[in-house]
Design a protein around this ligand. Structure first.
Ligand code: CDP
Length: 211
């Protein structure tokens, strides 16, 4: 039995935590596709290239190996911002589609999380969850996460980041952030990690009963 779960949602909605928990629960591999865009941005910046240098960005995206991300460097605040800039380049998205679909086609199943998993990468996934939360709640979660990394940032600045990123991710023409028509929305504004996980698990077991 295999299970393919597509999870999408805006910045700091809790989709990464949910995706990791679900993958562990079902014992399938997990791909955080945001890391692909973060790593593309990091590669460009390391070369001293501009984030809007399409040819260089495509070359970096094509050269990524899905396994060797240095998550610690990639998870910072600046890289999230830079990732959303390169993620708006259609050629960069195209360069990353195949690797994501290959990952999703693993025989044992997989969990992928991002912005366009249910709409573009895995439109046939049997389980699609769109994870949301209010901007204020997301900003609070991001503030805690960044504080845990030793990055001290004002709450207002983080909220501003979140609003800007929502606008950029939802407003772009190529694979904008939106729920697939057959996705179930999970609003985690008032849910803790365990409650959100329980709600997600219920969705998965109802959508894709396993033998
Ligand atoms: O954790 P957070 O949601 O802040 O960031 P992320 O999931 O690592 O994504 C960083 C940026 O990459 C997002 O703001 C999107 O612009 C972009 N992204 C995307 O366009 N498509 C995906 N499948 C995943 C991320």
């Amino acid at each position: 039995m295999s299970v393919l779960i597509a999870i999408d949602g805006p910045a700091a909605s809790g989709k990464g935590t949910l995706a990791r928990r679900l993958a562990r629960h079902f014992n399938v591999p997990h791909l955080d596709t945001g890391l692909l865009y973060r790593a593309t941005a990091a590669g460009l910046l390391a070369q001293g290239a501009r984030l809007d240098d399409v040819d260089q960005a495509v070359a970096v995206a094509r050269g990524l190996a899905l396994t060797d991300f240095n998550e610690d460097t990639l998870r910072g605040r600046e890289m999230g911002e830079a990732a959303s800039v390169v993620a708006a380049i259609p050629e960069v998205r195209d360069a990353l589609i195949e690797a994501q679909r290959r990952f999703a086609a693993r025989p044992e199943g997989a969990v992928l999380d991002g912005r366009d998993i249910g709409t573009v990468i895995c439109p046939d996934a049997p389980v699609k969850i769109f994870v949301t939360a209010s901007p204020e709640t997301r900003a609070q979660r991001r503030a805690l996460e960044l504080a845990g990394r030793g990055e001290k940032v004002e709450f207002e600045a983080i909220l501003e980041d979140i609003r800007k990123r929502d606008a950029r991710d939802s407003g772009r023409s190529s694979a904008p952030l939106k729920a697939a028509e057959d996705a179930l929305t999970l609003d985690t504004t008032k849910l803790g990690i365990e409650e959100a996980f329980a709600a997600a698990l219920k969705i998965v077991t109802e959508k894709a009963p396993r033998g």
